[in-house]
Design a protein around this ligand. Sequence first.
Ligand code: PLP
Length: 353
Amino acid sequence: MKNFLSEKAKNIAPYAAGEQPKDKKYVKLNTNENPYPPSPKALEAYKNFDFSSLNLYPAPDADALRAAVAEAEGVLPENVFCGNGSDEILALCLPAFFDEGGEGAAFADITYSFYPVFCNFFGVKYTLLPLEADFSLDLDKLSAMPAQGLIVANPNAPTGIGIPLAEIERFVRENSGRVVIIDEAYMPFFNESAVPLIKKYKNLLVVKTFSKGYSLAGMRCGYAVGDVSLIEGLFRCKDCFNSYPLDRVCQAVCAAAISDGAYYAEKNALVISERERLTEALRGRGFEVLPSKSNFVFARHGRLAGKEVYEGLRARGVLVRHFQKPRIENFCRITIGSRVQNDALLKALDEML
Ligand SMILES: *Cc1c(COP(=O)(O)O)cnc(C)c1O
């Protein structure tokens, strides 16, 4: 039978998202979702939403949401771009800031595995910088790499390691001749955001999401903050692809969520304190745990292979993420859950060990 797919569709290697199993109820610690519900204000915005308005298209540029984001981030609405998940924004960054056949992008060998997928999809070449032996990223080495633009996840995934703002600022300054994209998906658990730097550095784009720190993974919304010239590039590319990426409900709920900073500061502080507790508890059980600034820990056991830990936990109803990849195949990435979830994880480990 004739294969109707394009060469690209036939040959591309898509991103593999963490499993969302339906066979039974798991303690789900595999996709870095927040264990707490969205803010009561967000839930209220949902309940009060006028669903009869859904016959009309949503605001194409998400103006009210951009204003709410700008208010919360201390920038102007024209410095904000909103997308259908930060994944969509990261994807739009490739056509917006990178030329096909150009010098391409540079990023770490162990980082968010969507970056190489986006590069391949948009025909942008990429170069990988190996992380150091302790899984830290040497920003000076990244600065020395030839590339049209640089991408850094801070805190990094799946290592969880965070880079202090002062080091990020020096990196952005030293690369003022090219675009620097900082993916801050996990910044609500680190609080060293580079957003205040966008006024000073025209080459800086900071990408954030409602999925992790705002308990709204199911809503699919993210945003980018940067100089108006970068934001305009994203709009130009968005409008070649989808004029209305965010539906009306999403825009209303996310605007309410981001204006409730106090609620999320409290919940994310709980995640951080559970992260510290879990780190100690895992170390006490023979795990090496990388120092995490995110809502997950990356850990390897002294005796058990990563796959054994993953499978042993899965058999006991606890789901974590394992990457069959060189250098990290003995690690598991474990999302910080509620106290009850984390205790279930520790109990399952105690049974196994
Ligand atoms: C989760 C994650 C994202 C994207 O999340 P969205 O749900 O698409 O907003 C982006 N970058 C990193 C590093 C992530 O872990």
